[in-house]
Design a protein around this ligand. Structure first.
Ligand code: ADP
Ligand code: MG
Length: 213
């Protein structure tokens, strides 16, 4: 199945081919159409199966229709466990963001670095990729508002729980509008994650890609 059947615009298809993405991985085949249709998605697939593009591509498409932005109100929130992952996800949004006509501003924020440049950079940000602790700090300082979030992504959700971010994540989720799209990605599905996805996701498309021998 080629990328052309998934409902992406020609400009994005061109960037995909520039990036040598010749065909979608199984999780991308299943997740892209569902996320384009604003469905909640639970995606379980091992590391390296292409989970990032499975949500970045349809989110970039959906943002093309988003209404005019309010100051310091972000549209999409991606929660990640580490700063390395935050930077990686930002790079993927920026690479494929070149393939959409309406510009999408992406910012990664995480702890361990100075907060002031992040506060300034939040101005006009559409997609915010954040580690939970730093996001809570920015929220306390009224540097960002989450009431316009349309889509929440929890990437590497299993790692997030293992690192003990559950309470922080719950605090953040409580600040989001109730009507939103939820996307949860993980390499494994343990009992903790089962519980989280049952309360977080509404009628999700569950995609479970078994490891190939
Ligand atoms: P995961 O999040 O599942 O661990 P990533 O999204 O980090 O996987 O992708 C792993 C690698 O595969 C990355 O280098 C990415 O650029 C590459 N990749 C993802 N999808 C495709 C594709 N359809 N074709 C070729 N390479 C891909
Ligand atoms: Mg990943």
């Amino acid at each position: 199945m080629p990328f052309t059947t998934l409902g992406l615009i020609p400009e994005l298809l061109r960037v995909l081919s520039d990036q040598k993405y010749t065909e979608p991985t199984p999780i991308q085949q299943a997740a892209i159409p569902a996320i384009l249709n604003k469905r909640d998605v639970l995606g379980i697939a091992k590391t390296g199966s292409g989970k990032t593009a499975s949500y970045v591509l349809p989110i970039l498409m959906n943002l093309q229709k988003a209404v005019a932005l309010k100051n310091r109100h972000v549209n999409v929130l991606v929660l990640v466990p580490t700063r390395e992952l935050a930077e990686q996800v930002k790079d993927v949004f920026q690479t494929f963001g070149k393939g959409v006509p309406v510009p999408v501003k992406t910012l990664a924020v995480y702890g361990g670095v100075s907060i002031n440049p992040q506060m300034t950079a939040l101005q006009g940000t559409n997609v915010l990729i954040a580690t939970p602790g730093r996001l809570l700090e920015l929220l306390e300082m009224n540097s960002v508002y989450l009431s316009s979030i349309e889509t929440l992504v929890l990437d590497e959700a299993d790692k997030m729980l293992n690192l003990g971010f559950k309470e922080e994540v719950n605090k953040i989720i409580a600040l989001l509008p109730e009507k939103r799209q939820n996307i949860l990605l993980s390499a494994t599905l343990n009992q903790d994650l089962q519980l989280i996805h049952q309360v977080l996701l509404h009628d999700p498309l569950v995609i479970k890609i078994e490891a190939q021998e």
